[in-house]
Design a protein around this ligand. Structure first.
Ligand code: AMP
Length: 361
């Protein structure tokens, strides 16, 4: 059955993925009067525990997808590595999936992603694709060493990437990454890492949040400060980039766009995430309508909400046992605590975050 739009409260929204992003999406959906059905791989996952329905199964398990399709009017997802076949299966079962297959395909492959960006007038670092030890050496010579080799698919949080110091070392780097197809990227000589969270509604309306400035440690986001202090030209450039990407993908939902800011204030896109994004968590306490509600509004065909900042926010990820400091954070009047309910605090695992309100914008 095709969903009537805008999707009325009381309908059921499906979400693929049971982690913290699914949990915060489910909480936002519930606030708007929706029931949520989560499909997750493990029992007792963070999102399933706050949803009306939790289906446990693999993301490509036909029976699990059928169970989700029976419950949900529209399905969205919290991670970009959703198998294309699962989206096709859901569509065949009469369920709409948003964002759509094109956005997923582009975000799942770093070469397709950068090719799409360049074709749509969005600048990235220079890059080359390679799929053998010999072609890696050629690509490294073409790009110039040092350069960064990344697996084309399935890398995240800095995993699946290695610096190549000399073209001759590219063959070894290729083997170290498992001999899988790779991309070689020229180094971005950035002064800061920024990101922009944006949304496109079903009517084509676009809403853009203020930029965030992001700090990573060992490839993992540590903290974001937003709105980032940028020139009006840089802010306008980021908005133009978001418009080009959202329009180019005929996108529906919230997208996270990671940017490198160069010395002259110009921006390169590092990567896009077709989902709510860790660098957008500050919007929960800093903006009129946060990224989670915005995503639900977009996929449900509701009007997009206002994105203006109400406060300057420092968002800190709580990794591993840092979550044990919850009582200290809860005692700070300017701090809002968001915990994901994960049962085990493995080292480096994202267990929660806090948003520290640093005053009016
Ligand atoms: P990614 O997995 O592509 O998001 O990369 C993780 C981190 O590696 C980024 O946040 C940057 O700090 C760094 N990085 C990625 N690509 C490049 C590049 N081409 N040049 C310099 N640093 C990079």
């Amino acid at each position: 059955m095709t969903a009537a739009l805008p999707l009325p409260p009381g309908s059921t929204l499906g979400i693929l993925g049971g982690g913290q992003l699914g949990r915060m999406l489910a909480q936002a959906a519930a606030r708007l009067g929706f029931d949520v059905a989560i499909l997750e791989r493990e029992t007792d996952a963070p999102a399933g525990r706050v949803a009306a329905h939790a289906i446990v199964g693999a993301y490509d398990d036909p029976a699990a997808l059928k169970a989700l399709a029976d419950l949900a009017d529209i399905v969205t997802f919290e991670f970009e590595n959703v198998p294309a076949a699962s989206v096709e299966a859901l569509v065949k079962l009469g369920v709409e999936v948003a964002p759509g297959p094109q956005a997923l395909a582009v975000a799942q492959d770093r070469v397709d992603e950068k090719s799409f960006l360049n074709a749509n007038g969005v600048a990235t670092v220079a890059f080359a694709a390679a799929d053998s030890a010999e072609s890696c050496v050629e690509a490294a010579a073409q790009i110039g060493a040092p350069c960064l080799m990344k697996t084309r698919r399935e890398g995240y949080d800095g995993k699946g990437q290695v610096w190549v110091e000399h073209a001759a070392g590219a063959a070894q780097a290729f083997e170290a990454l498992g001999g899988r197809p790779v991309i070689l990227e020229a180094p971005a000589d950035f002064v800061r890492e920024l990101s922009i969270i944006a949304a496109r509604g079903r009517d084509g309306a676009i809403a853009v949040y203020p930029l965030a400035e992001n700090h990573h440690e060992k490839g993992v986001l540590r903290r974001s400060v937003a709105p980032a202090k940028v020139s009006a030209t840089t802010a306008a450039q980021a908005e133009r980039i978001a418009h080009k990407i959202l329009t180019g993908l005929a996108y529906v939902g919230v997208i996270g766009i990671e940017l490198f800011e160069l010395k002259d204030g110009s921006l390169l896109v590092n990567e896009i995430a077709p989902r709510v994004h860790n660098t957008g968590h500050w919007t929960q306490d800093g903006c009129e309508v946060d990224q989670f509600e915005q995503h639900i509004r977009a996929v449900a065909g509701w009007p997009l909400g206002p994105t203006a900042a109400r406060a300057e926010v420092e968002m800190l990820n709580l990794l591993g046992d840092e979550v044990d400091g919850w009582a200290k954070y809860a005692a700070e009047p300017e701090t809002r605590v968001h915990l994901y309910g994960k049962r085990e605090a493995k080292p480096g695992r994202k267990m929660g975050h806090v948003n520290r309100l640093r005053g009016p914008v």
